[in-house]
Ligand binder design. Structure first.
Ligand SMILES: [Zn+2]
Length: 204
């Protein structure tokens, strides 16, 4: 078997929650084994597949938990992706849910009127709404965001991210991801692709 084809391991914080949901916290099998040998993680579950080196053979880890807790209280980074995630990939003017590739950003108070690029002034918008609003103040065009924009907490983003199942889910991961795994049955048998890729159709 090609070594590069081994599946990744789901990485949990020391409290057994995934480090992140979206994208899901996954480590390559190489990084996983390295972390096991450095004693940074506990193996929670294993694949049937074995990995061998000249000196040893061991089952491939499928779920790992960090031994040391990484605090999640930080303020999330103000990034394009996190704005979409906060707004649940939904245009904040017409309430349409779209894949990231079809969304744009709107400055509620336009930049030309002194509006800043900050959590409290930037929202996800579809192109037609963005064009319609253009450089106008919300009152002037009667276009108000569905939710008043504000900086989210890490927990809010994690919670929103939970709604978007990854392309590939090994059955050993389900217990740590979702309470109701039945909802996800259709994604369970997909081949492993790229854990970081975001399929547009999972967003609809
Ligand atoms: Zn819209």
């Amino acid at each position: 078997m090609n070594a590069g084809m081994h599946p990744p391991a789901l990485v949990l914080n020391a409290d057994f929650r995934p480090l992140s949901y979206f994208p899901l916290s996954l480590w390559s099998w190489q990084d996983s084994i390295k972390a096991v040998f450095l004693e940074r993680v506990t193996i929670i579950s294993e694949y049937e597949e074995m990995v061998s080196s000249p000196s040893l053979t061991m089952p491939l880890p499928s779920v790992l938990a960090l031994k040391e807790y990484i605090p999640q209280g930080r303020t999330p980074a103000f990034t394009r992706f996190n704005v979409f995630l906060r707004d649940k990939f939904t245009c904040q003017y017409c309430d349409t849910k779209l894949p990231a590739s079809d969304l744009t950003f709107d400055h509620v108070t336009p930049r030309s009127k002194g509006g800043r690029s900050r959590w409290d002034n930037v929202v996800a918008a579809c192109s037609p709404c963005n064009l319609k609003k253009a450089n106008k103040m919300p009152l002037k065009c009667n276009m108000h965001p569905l939710k008043k924009p504000a900086a989210p907490t890490v927990w809010q983003l994690q919670d929103n991210g939970r709604a978007y199942p990854p392309n590939y889910l090994h059955h050993s991961w389900r217990d740590y991801l979702y309470w109701d795994s039945e909802l996800l049955e259709d994604v369970l048998d997909l081949p492993y692709e790229d854990e970081k890729s975001i399929r547009a159709d999972t967003l609809n």
